[in-house]
Write a protein that binds this ligand. Structure first.
Ligand SMILES: [Fe+2]
Length: 387
């Protein structure tokens, strides 16, 4: 998914013997996508990596289920009003909006995961609104901070260890059809183009420590929205080396290099990640459009194929009112949308925006869960009506 890296010891050729200094054979694990046709990594373990027994199912977050059918409307959910559960990430994730391609949720983990998690349904993308910590996986330790995206490829066994000193609030996006870098940002050999809005240097990779054992053997696997429990026979952190292009990574949203036009550019210029059925865009501080008569505020639009979701990392979003940091808005296809009353006019002459937000353009209609309804702003739809 990114450029190839190598860490620790790997043999000169794949599928050949790698031995310790005292002759012990290492066990290769090929971690492949699209069968054997796609991107891959190869890891070398102290122990056979495929040993695990069915076992009691550790506690975990729920699968997304729809609330009762209701009429189409622009919706606004206040994520920071969700109950804080004194729980690890694996248990406290709350699905809010979903379709067949994505599940958008929110979590505020308080403690380290006490079991490993494998999401076999989806690549996972987290946006760390506040907080930070470390993601532990066979690929190593990935440090993340407030304002980072954290991407975990499907199939990766991992644990989150949040920094207990920090207030944690993360947006989660399960992408069932793979998440990646938009193709048009790459050159013919897959390198990020020089005019892409980020470079390879902006991505933070896991760092592989010496093989270790945290003593944790519980494993939760999610496949087809059902959860299964396993007991690992060995620690998944027993890796002596790996190489490849598939691994968890972090990307700071403020490393995204925004585009600015003479007149307003469509939000797709802020595309950061693409997933089947969803485009994930980053709005970051930037100068605004510079034509003398430019209207910097987004024009009202009917994007007729798209359900649009916005997560607001700060409240400085010029076109919307009533939203704040932690707000999640959902503007479904079928209803034109645009700025709040007055925002279009007030934007004239503005030269800069300090907004930070994550947008998802979703191809399929999104359903809300009952959890989302508990933090819904019931007045949001009518707030677009001029008085
Ligand atoms: Fe829009």
């Amino acid at each position: 998914m990114l450029d190839r890296i190598v860490q620790g010891a790997v043999p000169a050729k794949p599928h050949t013997a790698l031995r310790s200094s005292d002759g012990a054979l290492r066990y290769e694990e090929c971690f492949t996508r699209q069968g054997f046709e796609g991107a891959f990594s190869m890891l070398y373990h102290l122990h056979r990596p495929h040993e695990a027994e069915p076992a009691a199912l550790p506690r975990h977050f729920p699968a997304a289920r729809p609330a009762a059918e209701r009429s189409l409307a622009r919706r606004h959910y206040r994520c920071l009003e969700l109950p804080e559960l004194a729980a690890p990430a694996l248990e406290c994730r709350l699905p809010l909006l979903f379709n067949d391609d994505v599940v958008i949720g929110f979590l505020r983990p308080k403690t380290a995961d006490t079991a490993y998690f494998v999401n076999a349904d989806a690549d996972e993308l987290f946006y760390v609104h506040t907080g930070g910590g470390s993601l532990k996986s066979p690929f190593g330790n990935l440090v993340f901070r407030s304002g980072d995206y954290v991407c975990v490829p499907r199939g990766t066994p991992y644990r989150f260890v949040p920094d207990g000193e920090l207030e944690q609030a993360w947006l989660s996006i399960e992408c069932k059809k793979d998440v990646g870098i938009p193709r048009h940002y790459r050159n013919a050999i897959g390198q990020l183009r020089m005019d892409a809005p980020y470079s390879h240097r902006d991505f933070r990779r896991p760092l592989l420590p010496e093989p270790s054992d945290d003593g944790i053997r519980g494993l939760v696997v999610k496949r087809n929205d059902a959860f299964s429990g396993f007991e690992l026979c060995h620690s998944p952190l027993d890796v002596v080396g790996w190489d490849g292009t598939v691994y968890p990574f972090a990307f700071p949203i403020l490393a995204f290099q925004p585009r600015v036009g003479q007149v307003h550019l469509p939000p797709t210029v802020h595309a950061t990640f693409e997933a089947g059925g969803a485009l994930i865009c980053s709005f970051v501080p930037r100068p605004l459009d510079f034509h003398e008569a430019a209207i910097p505020c987004p024009y009202p639009h009917s994007s007729v194929h798209i359900d649009e979701v916005l997560f607001y990392a700060n409240g400085a979003f010029g076109s919307r009112r009533g939203i704040a940091a932690g707000s999640l808005s959902h503007h479904p296809a079928g209803i034109p949308h645009g700025p709040h009353p007055g925002a279009y006019e007030d934007s004239l002459g503005q030269t800069h925006t300090s907004e930070v937000a994550v947008m998802l353009d979703c191809s399929a209609p999104l359903d809300a869960t009952n959890t989302a309804l508990t933090v819904e702003d019931a007045d949001y739809h009518r707030s677009f009506q001029a008085e």
